[in-house]
Design a protein around this ligand. Structure first.
Ligand SMILES: NC(=O)c1ccc[n+]([C@@H]2O[C@H](COP(=O)([O-])OP(=O)(O)OC[C@H]3O[C@@H](n4cnc5c(N)ncnc54)[C@H](OP(=O)(O)O)[C@@H]3O)[C@@H](O)[C@H]2O)c1
Length: 249
């Protein structure tokens, strides 16, 4: 007989990556909770539609701000916590870590990583400052002895294809980086450029070996039918998704 399914709570579950996590969790049969900011008159209709969709899928939506007592109450009801907060909220995860420490029941926490393997890359300073915050969260989780999985997603295919190739734009001009004219970008505009430099110029994603505690995701899910970039481009030619852009402030 199948054991009791773990209950999964997602912070940031209505976001770019979070919504995929929530739908995957529910489709695999896990009781799924989403902790979300309260809906009000300023809430975009896209989020309201998504919340309706989550409700119809059987997701439990918990509305609230990031207050200790409120998040502690929800964390006590679940087994696994996943956080997909955007970069500006990375340090807010300290509140989740505090609540997990007090609750004492969480079997696994996945913090909002989902980018490069921040313990192993050495990018330009604007991106390093960005990563330092995510690294701090990793160290806090380890110090608190919370069971964890750190996920390095590297580049989300659709996100970067859209960002670099802009298939939704019909104009004939293209921007070519590196014409020799040095520009000084103010923060946070210097972050995306230094991310692109790290990935595409330095090749940071390919510059390290996996250690004995690391696992390549394709080995974890060998039966999963991955979408190749070729297949993605075919889809984008016909029906490009709206552009996505991560927030940096
Ligand atoms: N590897 C890649 O290609 C790639 C690309 C983009 C992002 N990322 C990483 O993936 C992670 C998630 O990024 P994302 O772009 O998916 O995030 P996002 O969509 O910008 O935000 C996720 C959710 O966080 C909540 N949120 C946003 N602003 C908030 C605020 N001011 N106060 C409280 N809650 C707020 C919202 O949920 P509610 O409204 O429901 O509360 C939002 O839906 C980040 O760590 C990012 O660095 C990786």
């Amino acid at each position: 007989m199948e054991g009791k399914k773990n209950k999964i709570l997602v912070f940031g579950g209505t976001g770019y990556i979070g919504k995929y996590m929530v739908k995957a969790s529910i489709s695999l049969g896990y009781p799924t909770f989403v902790y979300t900011r309260p809906i009000n008159t300023k809430t975009p209709s896209s989020k309201i539609q998504l919340c309706d969709e989550f409700n119809s899928l059987g997701v439990t939506l918990v509305e609230g701000e990031l207050e200790h007592d409120r998040i502690l109450k929800v964390i006590k009801q679940v087994d696994i916590v996943i956080c997909t907060f955007p970069y500006p909220l990375v340090m807010e995860q300290l509140k989740i870590i505090d609540a997990i420490k007090v609750a004492g029941n969480i079997k696994r926490f996945l913090p909002s990583d989902f980018g490069v393997e921040e313990d192993k890359v050495h990018p330009l300073p604007p991106f390093q400052v960005f990563l330092d915050k995510k690294i701090k969260i990793r160290r806090e989780i380890e110090a608190a002895r919370i069971p964890y999985t750190f996920v390095s997603a590297n580049c989300f295919g659709a996100y970067f294809v859209n960002f670099l190739l802009r298939p939704y734009e019909s104009n004939k001009d293209i921007v070519v980086y590196g014409n020799g004219e040095t520009k000084d970008l103010p923060p946070p505009e210097d972050i995306p450029v230094s991310i692109l430099h790290s990935i595409f110029v330095k090749g940071d994603l390919m510059n390290f070996e996996l250690g004995e505690d690391d696992l390549e995701a394709s080995k974890l899910y060998p039966d999963y039918n991955y979408t190749s970039i070729d297949k993605l481009l075919d889809k984008f030619l016909v029906d490009p998704p709206p552009p996505a852009s991560a927030s940096f402030q």
